[in-house]
Write a protein that binds this ligand. Structure first.
Ligand SMILES: [Fe+2]
Length: 163
């Protein structure tokens, strides 16, 4: 166990600190990415469910931004410098860029559900790994996962049954 007295950092080994930081950083990227695509969908959604999705998206975006801030600041607290710049997000994202133009409401719901399912799965995997490294960081991702899975439920519930 590393001593904390010289650096005033949490008592994690250098390798642990790096891995914890990387797991948190990957989550910051995904939450930032969700917030960016969320605004794209907020502006471009069309169709009978325009209003509810337009409003729901801003609620989701506010949540993702707050969670991203919490995760990034946990990274700093363990001694890792997070990076949420556009180029960093663009280089790391696993999602393809949406075409420019209006997006039908049912396509928005499907797109949101797919992205939330993917990010939730990634966060769950990272949360489990953090459980072996640092319980306090695991706790932060537990909070993120709980929120994302709630988001996913509320988006999934808008997919017509049988689709
Ligand atoms: Fe707006």
């Amino acid at each position: 166990m590393a001593t904390t007295h010289a650096t005033h950092l949490p008592a994690l080994g250098a390798h642990q600190r790096e891995e914890v930081g990387n797991l948190l950083q990957a989550t910051v990227i995904e939450l930032t990415d969700l917030a960016l695509v969320g605004k794209h969908l907020h502006w471009n959604v069309v169709g009978p469910h325009f209003r509810s999705l337009h409003l729901q998206l801003d609620e989701l975006i506010d949540g993702w931004r707050l969670l991203g801030d919490t995760v990034a600041e946990r990274a700093v607290a363990v001694g890792f410098q997070p990076d949420g710049q556009s180029a960093t997000v663009a280089a790391a994202t696993e999602f393809s860029t949406l075409e420019q133009g209006a997006i039908e409401d049912h396509v928005v719901v499907r797109e949101l559900a797919n992205r939330l399912a993917t990010v939730s799965e990634n966060v769950r995997t990272r949360m489990d790994r953090l459980g072996e490294l640092d319980g306090a960081s695991e706790d932060v991702l537990t909070e993120v996962l709980r929120a994302l899975e709630e988001n996913l439920w509320m988006v999934r519930a808008q997919i017509p049954s049988g689709h």
